[in-house]
Design a protein around this ligand. Structure first.
Ligand code: HEM
Length: 546
């Protein structure tokens, strides 16, 4: 009896479900995409993916035309990938399409309601609080820590000279420690190893990536029955352990009556060099990793940034929590977890790709070294903010690395409103918008010979001739990366210090690199390079430059 009733009930429900989404089907029918079957859509395509979604999707996507949207149905879920920078501007530049897609929910046990995945008023108020803590004027106070930590990594890598090793391990540890000593303003020596934290993050990303590719692990109840859930619990113990210690140590500092102890050491005159930095952006057509025609809340003028907001990230959060009810201890923890992840894994991948590119292109490395010789001569002095503005060729090489190997290769948004795009397609409400940053960066209609490493792609005239959403390693618009300027300043100091001390080599040709896109783009085969000491005349070889 139950059987006879349940079959028509299910059919009736399915008919209603289809009817209520008729507009979605009508619009999606006009968007090109692979063959889709009733109920499963194109989910059968995912079943064969054993390990790396990135490699499979990258291979398949080569058959798609470059500039029009594409759709993919996975069961009842509609995904639409955008590729034309004009379409992407409509989504990323908007103040409406701000919500992250449902796939980001797997991050929730890790980041809670942190800035990367939160939405609505919670995101808006936290973004307003946090963005000024990454303003250039605050970042300038981090320069001494960036220099000291860069020197330390040069010293640590000394033992690897002459043999092949994976530079990513060193970059991960260094970027975690720099975050602790700058944005968090605590001593890394009090926090035990940043390396253990970085390794736990890598394994956590593997689990999240696996869940994205295995749709039967989407429901929490099923995931909790697997061994991956207990592994996730163990890893989160290590990750959250570090963030709790950081907050505890910072609060202890506050109650002893001092704040921002590390970052304050190198506080510079707030107005120093601001003019120079703007001139540099005009010169190069790039402003800290995005087209200088794009402006976001990190580009506020000095005058718009109040005195209190000129504080480092964790200082401001703790002070704000003391002054008002707006921020709870849990809020602080979630934001620290978010910044610790976003701030280290991305720059560790970016710097590792950069060094591998240097190993492959010795002529380009020579040109950077000439530029550094011109700036520093044979001096051992540390890098100043003004020096970073003069590293124009190094900056172009860094932009070119972020173009070919963007550390965040894909981002996604949930579309709440039906949206008409400049390419003529209308995208239905309720779908997930995919923005494949890496594919936009490799579009041959935008970048001639897109797979070749060519820093001249970032000559001012080349940048000016492209749509400003053609280069978006940090995303763009109101939800762009809050650490964009932090990342570029840090990377210039770290990479110039390494190249002043070592010549980088690599024996692995680019065609043999195995890529993996487990959240952050990386080389699955390891970032294998070797180093040769640069002996400077009259200098002690063991004493690093900077
Ligand atoms: C090369 C380095 C970096 C790259 C390529 C990068 C890239 C990105 C991208 C593409 C997004 C948008 C993500 C999305 O929409 O899903 C993002 C967001 C974010 N990034 Fe970065 N990032 C880098 C470094 C950093 C650093 C150093 C920090 C902090 C110190 C940081 C903090 C954040 C935060 C908090 C968000 C979320 C912002 C929001 O939703 O309001 N990132 N990043």
């Amino acid at each position: 009896m139950f059987y006879y009733l349940s079959v028509p009930a299910v059919l009736l429900w399915y008919a209603y479900f289809r009817y209520s989404r008729r507009r979605m089907y009508e619009l999606s029918d006009k968007i090109p995409g692979p063959k889709s079957f009733p109920l499963i859509g194109s989910a059968h395509e995912l079943i064969h993916i054993r390990s790396d979604l990135y490699a499979v999707v990258w291979e398949r996507s080569k058959d798609f035309p470059w500039d029009i949207p594409h759709k993919l149905w996975i069961g009842p879920l509609l995904y639409v990938g955008l590729q034309d920078p004009r379409d992407i501007e409509v989504i990323l530049g908007s103040n409406v399409h701000l919500d992250k897609s449902d796939e980001y929910r797997f991050f929730r046990p890790w980041f809670g309601n942190g800035l990367l995945i939160s939405s609505g008023d919670h995101w808006r108020s936290h973004r307003k609080l946090i963005a000024p803590t990454f303003h250039l004027n605050v970042l300038k106070s981090f320069i001494q820590q960036f220099n000291l930590n860069s020197l330390e990594v040069v010293r640590k890598m000394r033992k690897e000279v002459g043999r092949e090793f994976d530079v990513h391990d060193y970059m991960s540890e260094a970027t975690v420690e720099m975050l602790l000593e700058t944005a968090m303003g605590v001593s890394k020596n009090e926090q035990e190893s940043g390396y253990e934290y970085a390794m736990a993050v890598m394994k956590m990303c593997d689990i999240l990536h696996m869940r994205h590719t295995k749709f039967w692990l989407y429901p929490e109840t099923i995931f909790r029955l697997t061994k991956h859930f207990s592994e996730q619990k163990r890893l989160l113990g290590i990750i959250h352990g570090l963030t709790k210690r950081v907050i505890k140590s910072k609060k202890a500092g506050f109650s002893r009556g001092f704040s921002d102890d590390l970052a304050q050491n190198s506080k510079v005159n707030i107005s120093e060099n601001t003019e120079a930095s703007e001139t540099a952006a005009e010169d190069t057509g790039m402003s800290y990793g995005q087209s200088s025609k794009l402006r976001d809340d990190l580009d506020l003028d000095d005058n718009d940034v109040g005195e209190k907001k000129r504080m480092a990230f964790l200082d401001l959060l703790i002070e704000s929590a003391r002054d008002s009810e707006l921020l709870s201890d849990q809020d602080i923890k979630e934001e620290v977890d978010t910044i610790m992840f976003e701030g280290h894994d991305t720059t560790a991948a970016g710097s590792s790709f950069f060094l591998c590119m240097m190993g492959l292109h010795q002529d380009i490395q020579d040109r950077i070294h000439e530029e550094l010789q011109h700036i520093f001569g044979d001096s051992d002095r540390p890098v100043t903010f003004q020096d970073t503005l003069e590293m124009k060729y190094l900056e172009r090489c860094l932009m070119e690395t972020l173009r070919i190997y963007p550390p965040v290769p894909v981002i996604a948004r949930r579309l709440r409103e039906e949206t008409a795009l400049p390419t003529g397609y209308t995208i239905p409400a309720g779908c997930t918008i995919i923005i494949p940053i890496i594919r936009i960066h490799r579009n041959p209609h935008i970048y001639p010979d897109p797979d070749a490493f060519n820093p001249d792609n970032f000559l001012p005239e080349a940048s000016a001739s492209r749509h400003y959403y053609s280069f978006i390693p940090f995303s763009a618009g109101p939800r762009s990366c809050v650490g964009r300027k932090y990342a570029i300043l840090k990377l210039k100091i770290l990479l110039s210090t390494i190249l002043r001390n070592y010549r980088v080599h690599t024996a692995v040709p680019e065609k043999d690199w195995q890529m993996t896109g487990d959240i952050i783009l990386k080389r699955a085969d390891g970032f294998r390079i070797s180093l040769q000491s640069r002996k400077r005349e009259g200098s002690d070889d063991r004493k690093p430059a900077a």
